[in-house]
Design a protein around this ligand. Structure first.
Ligand code: HEM
Length: 227
């Protein structure tokens, strides 16, 4: 019991720390905007920062399952939902910056952008795909959909991630280093999942991981989530 409390306390600290860290870029942008300190082109600064953090947090959320497969760590799975929702939060800010500050609801110009600018053509579906994932992230929706269907739906995250990285590569024009780093990391994360699937070492959906696997990892039935 005392050990359970210790695990819960540690996880609560990790969750709180991750929450504030993930919020930091938005706070910095808000302060910069209030102090008029976002540089010569504030809209570009907001668009780029929110785009970058959408991608980064999506990637961090995708490390949870590989970390469990490789090291038997379960605590990342327990903060994965929060990370995914933060990715969606930044994705929404990114899209809203474009919609409101950049285009000011000029739907014709937006439609033209989707057709003419390839990076918007792929960025748009990449963002739209995040919406059903965010909407079905609650425990209630997981129960309602059932593990199998939920898991299938949430594989869309890979399509969204691929769309996001192609969008990034398409818009940077010259130096492809950063998009390439994201692409390689995505391939590694996906590769680990595939490898474990091929060797049949993935755990069944919704099976709570046994307590003895690690000191820090002890999901309650409520928190044992599909992987
Ligand atoms: C409706 C959807 C989207 C629109 C309209 C959009 C639009 C834009 C625009 C206008 C830029 C700035 C381009 C420039 O400064 O030349 C940008 C940058 C970026 N976007 Fe998006 N985007 C969308 C979705 C996404 C999604 C879903 C992701 C990630 C998963 C993403 C990640 C990025 C990144 C990483 C950057 C570059 C950041 C940097 O320069 O460091 N975008 N986007």
């Amino acid at each position: 019991m005392a050990r359970k409390n210790l695990h819960d306390k540690r996880l609560a600290w990790i969750k709180t720390g991750v929450f504030f860290l993930a919020l930091l870029p938005a706070i910095k942008l808000a302060i910069g905007a209030c102090l008029d300190a976002l540089g010569a082109n504030p809209i570009e600064k907001i668009t780029r920062t929110t785009g970058y953090w959408t991608l980064t947090l999506l990637w961090v959320s995708l490390t949870a399952t590989p970390l469990r497969l490789l090291f038997k760590w379960n605590w990342p799975i327990r903060i994965r939902r929060m990370l995914g929702l933060f990715a969606f939060f930044y994705g929404s800010l990114h899209f809203l910056t474009y919609l409101i500050l950049d285009q000011f609801f000029d739907w014709e110009a937006i439609a033209a952008d989707i057709v003419k600018r390839p990076y918007i053509t792929v960025g748009f579906p990449a963002f739209v795909l995040m919406i059903p994932l965010a909407l079905t992230s609650t425990d209630r929706m997981i129960k309602r959909l059932g593990g199998k269907r939920w898991r299938w739906l949430h594989r869309l995250v890979y399509l969204s991630a691929i769309g996001g990285v192609v969008h990034y590569a398409w818009l940077v024009k010259k130096d492809l280093t950063n998009p390439l780093i994201f692409a390689v990391l995505l391939a590694v994360l996906f590769g680990i999942r595939i490898l474990y699937r091929l060797i049949g070492a993935t755990k069944p959906v919704f099976t709570p991981v046994k307590r003895k696997t690690s000191r820090t990892d002890k999901p309650t039935p409520k928190e044992s989530r599909p992987v």
